[in-house]
Design a protein around this ligand. Structure first.
Ligand code: ATP
Ligand code: MP5
Length: 267
């Protein structure tokens, strides 16, 4: 039996809402065979590097090779890459693999404040990884840091930023407006020619940990299933919106996106 296959190259989020855990849950929910290469283990949410256990480069390379050689992904995504070395290695392996569906989620800071990309690694991300991407999915803060510009504060500012990010080499740019104040949850896609908007009503909840990872994983899964970028985003937006509508609180701070909500509650 054949099944679409996807690989995530990202950090392990021990609390289960984000990172590798969100990605694999999302792949499974969308009936896509999931594989992982763990770049770092994140075991708390401190604002320092403490609780972040980076994996050796040879371990990361071995995991990626194992996924490529034993199964072979139809699409892959990157999440937390943390250091310049890991970004460089990942970019090289992606380019030499010839895989054509590459989703780059330029993860920088977790919802609870953990630093998931070292400041000095942003330049490496821009130089090596963004040009290798089919699509990049920055949030507003990540957009500002990549462009070294103010955080976009309106859909118009997001459109302008999407055009600027496109100059850095990815085929598609999707800026996520989850943190846009006093506005619907709007995301802006630029394909080099036209702008497309994906919008849903804002859910009044703080429990959105893992929303970005889940969204980019769902896009990756839909690309693995053979969908176009636009259709993949449309489906992924429906997936993440339900995951936020049915978020899980656990009664301790920011709770988790509900990865099972699309299966359980979509019509
Ligand atoms: N409160 C909300 N209601 C509805 N949709 C939301 C809400 N918050 C975020 N979204 C949507 O969720 C998706 C993820 O966007 P977001 O901007 O939260 O990414 P992110 O900051 O990278 O997430 P995370 O840091 O949790 O991984 C986008 O489609 C965004 O529009
Ligand atoms: C390992 C890892 N990767 C990504 C995120 C971002 O997700 P969020 O911003 O929802 O915490 C995270 N918290 N942990």
């Amino acid at each position: 039996m054949s099944i679409p296959r996807a690989l995530t190259i990202a950090g392990s989020a021990a609390q289960g809402s984000a990172g590798i855990q969100a990605d694999l849950k999302t792949f499974q929910e969308l009936d896509v065979y999931g594989m992982s290469a763990i770049t770092a283990i994140v075991a708390n949410n401190s604002t320092t590097d403490q609780g972040i256990f980076t994996q050796p480069l040879e371990a990361i390379e071995a995991q990626i090779h194992a996924a490529f050689e034993h199964v072979g992904p139809d699409a892959l995504k990157t999440g937390m890459l943390f250091t310049e070395d890991i970004i460089q290695l990942t970019s090289e392996l992606i380019q030499s693999s010839g895989i054509k569906k590459v989703v780059v989620d330029p993860v920088m800071i977790g919802k609870m404040g953990s630093q998931l990309l070292r400041d000095e690694a942003i330049e490496t991300l821009i130089k090596y990884l963004l040009p290798a991407a089919t699509i990049i999915t920055p949030n507003l803060e990540e957009t500002a840091r990549i462009l070294d510009a103010p955080v976009p504060d309106s859909p118009e500012a997001m459109e302008k930023a999407a055009r600027e990010l496109h100059q850095l080499g990815p085929q598609y740019v999707l800026i996520k407006g989850g943190s846009l104040q006093d506005h619907a949850a709007i995301d802006i896609l630029f394909d080099g020619e036209k702008i497309t908007k994906f919008e849903s009503a804002r859910v009044p909840t703080i429990h959105t940990s893992g929303a970005g990872c889940t969204y980019s994983a769902a896009i990756t899964a839909e690309l693995a299933r053979g969908k176009s970028v636009e259709v993949a985003i449309q489906q992924a937006k429906a997936f993440v919106t339900l995951a936020i509508q049915h978020a899980l609180s656990f009664d301790r701070g920011i709770g988790s996106t509900n990865h099972a909500a699309y299966r359980k509650y979509s019509e």
